[in-house]
Design a binder for this molecule. Structure first.
Ligand SMILES: CC(C)(COP(=O)(O)OP(=O)(O)OC[C@H]1O[C@@H](n2cnc3c(N)ncnc32)[C@H](O)[C@@H]1OP(=O)(O)O)[C@@H](O)C(=O)NCCC(=O)NCCS
Length: 166
């Protein structure tokens, strides 16, 4: 099935909320948070949808106020039926290439999330980015005892990029 990529709209809020609910181990944020992401962070977020308009993928991101050349990737979610086809990699590439001012990517990854690790490592390698990593939010300190550490990856500057549509 063909997949198209586009910016989120307010009307995607419910679908995004449901998608994230079905994508453990992602934290489920409030519907209100997802609505705000779709409304006010649309420029730095992306939707993947099927030809019959089903939302199957979502990446939320934002530009940190003190780092205008950085795209912080908050969550990446892909419907389980659509995994392993490079769709998350496509979403990431299209999102990162949207704004030519963006040269750095930040994200946090939980050490046990091999799919997420592989997704980002491939992206960093493809775009010849230097990468630093360190624990940002620690289990039992910033996070609850049952929440794994969140390791911050800071990558960039991107050295090779073919801009993609959307
Ligand atoms: C992480 C996730 C978005 C990946 O989506 P996807 O479309 O299947 O990823 P891609 O097909 O683009 O694969 C990207 C890379 O990850 C690898 N990969 C995908 N699933 C994997 C898995 N379960 N274990 C290890 N590697 C995996 C792919 O082989 C590919 O590597 P390659 O390019 O070197 O071959 C998806 O698994 C998901 O939604 N998981 C649940 C939510 C989550 O953990 N999100 C990430 C944290 S923000």
């Amino acid at each position: 099935m063909d997949i198209t990529y586009r910016q989120p709209r307010i009307t995607d809020g419910q679908d995004v909320h449901q998608l994230i609910k079905n994508c453990p181990p992602l934290d489920q944020n409030s519907l209100y948070c997802n609505l705000i992401q779709c409304r006010d962070f649309a420029n730095t977020s992306i939707i993947a949808e099927t030809s019959d308009n089903k939302v199957v993928g979502f990446i939320s991101g934002y530009i940190p106020q003190n780092r205008p050349e950085t795209l912080f990737i908050w969550q990446v979610a892909l419907n389980a039926q659509f995994r392993g086809r490079g769709i998350a990699q496509q979403m990431l590439s299209r999102l990162f290439s949207r704004d030519p001012r963006i040269r750095f990517l930040e994200t946090t990854i939980s050490p046990s999330n091999s799919a997420s690790k592989q997704l980002f490592e491939r992206f960093f390698n493809d775009h010849l980015m230097n990468v630093d990593s360190k624990t940002l939010f620690a289990r039992g300190v910033h996070l609850d005892d049952d929440h794994e550490d969140e390791v911050l990856y800071v990558a960039g500057p991107a050295k090779s990029f073919d801009p993609l549509p959307a």
